[in-house]
Design a protein around this ligand. Structure first.
Ligand SMILES: Cc1cc2nc3c(=O)[nH]c(=O)nc-3n(C[C@H](O)[C@H](O)[C@H](O)COP(=O)(O)O)c2cc1C
Ligand code: SF4
Length: 503
């Protein structure tokens, strides 16, 4: 729950009843679904994108990336979506990238690994993302000494604040020196909102900053960048590509009601959806009609002035008309309400109220974290069906039991049920349930230790894995801090040798 929220109720995990092997075999969750023209997923179990911070600083696939996805593949989900992968050929830390053909061979190895380790049972998609600049919160001395642009309007604000016109002609260094020594009240008086935000939170661009050339040009450059990335995904052998139109990033910001661009790409809904639709069209054109193209987007921004469910329903219909093959509905995760970062750290979009809604924890309001976002997917799906569209809809957020997932499918609230953190806690959980060993599922505690690691850009692991450490195990690998298991403990069905696999 966002700090300061009046309700801080600790919820127990929902009780779990696990099905027998026969019951699982007849379950909807383990039944096939067609996605797009030609693809069938063997199950409606789904692992949504999760960034593990395991790529090289150049965005290349590493052995650790392969291990991360191999481990999920061993649980044989119907669909596994590879983490948000950058579409530009620019440095972005240890996040995967797909902005140039040189990334294809590594991604192809990832595809081969998942095919082999899932025994061909898992369909593999890759999420592709664009984001605009977000800088770390600066040291105030550095901010005033270097980063802040000294403009005439800043000089005018100082002159006004000090009632001294001589500041109108002050030199750059005089202004900087003055601000370094100024008290907080003065700083708040002379800086504008964006400058103050850059000081307190770190500089952050908006997609409606059309005074910046590269932001103004986004509608001209993004369709081709996404289209080329999607083409590379196909070349690398992925079964599909997921356009990241969710959370704090570029496309979600175009869709948001906060988008005030006046160039036909902001303001009314019809304009806000224009670039996302033009991008979808460019992607479709590049990869062909038979390749799976999905969209992950927000059922609700959960920020003041942002888009709500009515927008999301309307967007969903437009995406269906645009030829989308599935819609994966998420919620929140925006920068606008994020907590102030420490100096030297970047603002993290999963901290404020919208962040809570994206990855809800057991400390919650009375509704609790479990299946909290299902109504959004259900409304979007209902509107699609009413409009004559059979587009599959994926829901996620606090899914942790078989009965939860079955009920969602039975009630027609979604077509696929995704679990991120529960699958992180136990990558084998789908297979355990399918084979009748549900009682052995290691259950996620929904307290977000993993999210804390993500926030600090550390290799993501689950705290539960560390309860099973055998130092004599030759396969045991630790995170770079030397203290945590880098992957989940192995599992094989009782009676089988470790490492042996059954279908
Ligand atoms: C460590 C971590 C990394 C994540 N990275 C992504 C991402 O790259 N793209 C994305 O759309 N969602 C990302 N998410 C959000 C999840 O896909 C999911 O929507 C969210 O965790 C709620 O589902 P859950 O309750 O099943 O965990 C991430 C979540 C976690 C915990
Ligand atoms: S670290 Fe906590 S919230 Fe994250 S997957 Fe593990 S148990 Fe779940």
């Amino acid at each position: 729950m966002a700090s300061g929220d009046p309700q801080r109720i600790r919820h127990p995990l929902p009780p779990a009843r696990w099905p027998s092997r026969d019951e699982a075999a007849a379950a909807r969750w383990f039944s096939p679904i067609q996605i797009g023209q030609n693809l069938t997923a063997r199950e409606r179990t789904w692992v949504p994108a999760m960034v593990p911070w395991r790529a090289t600083d150049d965005g290349l696939v590493t052995p650790e990336v392969l291990d991360w996805y191999a481990r999920f593949a061993e649980g044989q989900p119907g669909v596994l979506v590879v983490e948000a992968t950058g579409i530009r050929d620019v440095a972005s830390g240890p996040l995967l990238r797909i902005g140039d053909d040189r990334f294809i061979p590594g991604l192809r190895r990832l595809v081969d690994t998942v095919r082999e380790r899932s025994q061909g049972r898992t369909r593999l998609f890759i999420q592709v993302i664009d984001f605009v600049a977000v800088r770390r919160r600066p040291e105030p001395e550095k901010f005033f000494g270097r980063y802040l642009a000294v403009t005439d309007s800043l000089r005018a604000q100082i002159a006004l604040g000090l009632d001294d016109r001589r500041w109108l002609g002050a030199s750059d260094s005089e202004v900087r020196e003055f601000l370094v020594g100024a008290d907080r009240v003065t700083i708040e008086t002379v800086l504008n909102d964006r400058e103050l935000e850059a000081l307190d939170y770190g500089y952050r661009e908006r997609v409606w900053d059309t005074h910046l050339d590269h932001i103004r040009e986004l509608p001209r450059v993004l369709p081709a960048l996404f289209a080329e990335a999607a083409w590379r995904a196909r070349e690398a052998g992925f079964d599909g590509v997921e356009l990241h139109y969710a959370h704090a990033y570029t496309m979600a910001s175009f869709l948001s009601r906060l988008n005030t661009r006046t160039d036909g790409y902001g303001g009314p809904r019809e304009h806000r959806v224009r670039l996302p639709l033009e991008t979808l069209a460019a992607v479709r054109e590049r990869v062909g009609g038979d390749y799976v193209v999905g969209i992950r987007y927000l059922g609700d921004d959960v920020v003041e002035g942002g888009s709500g469910l009515d927008d999301a329903v309307w967007f969903g219909l437009r995406f269906a008309e645009g030829g989308i093959d599935y819609l994966s509905v998420s919620k929140g995760g925006r920068f606008e309400d994020a907590k102030q970062p420490k100096i030297g750290e970047a603002v993290y979009p999963y901290t404020g109220r919208s962040g809570y809604e994206c990855m809800p924890t057991v400390i919650s309001d009375e509704r609790g974290p479990f299946g909290r976002n299902v109504p959004l997917a259900a409304s979007i799906r209902r509107a699609l069906r009413d409009g004559g569209w059979s587009t599959p809809v994926v829901t996620s957020g606090g899914i942790t039991t078989f009965d939860q997932a079955e009920a969602i499918l039975r009630n027609g609230e979604a077509d696929c049920v995704a679990a991120a953190r529960q699958t992180l806690a136990d990558p084998d959980w789908f297979r355990k349930i399918r084979l009748g060993y549900g009682a052995q599922v290691r259950r996620c505690e929904f307290t977000n230790y993993c999210e804390g690691l993500d926030q600090r850009h550390k290799q993501v692991t689950c705290k539960l894995w560390d309860r099973q450490v055998d130092p004599a195990d030759p396969t045991l690998r630790l995170a770079s801090d030397g203290r945590r298991r880098l992957s989940a403990p192995g599992w094989s069905p009782p009676g089988e040798e470790a490492g042996a696999r059954v279908v």
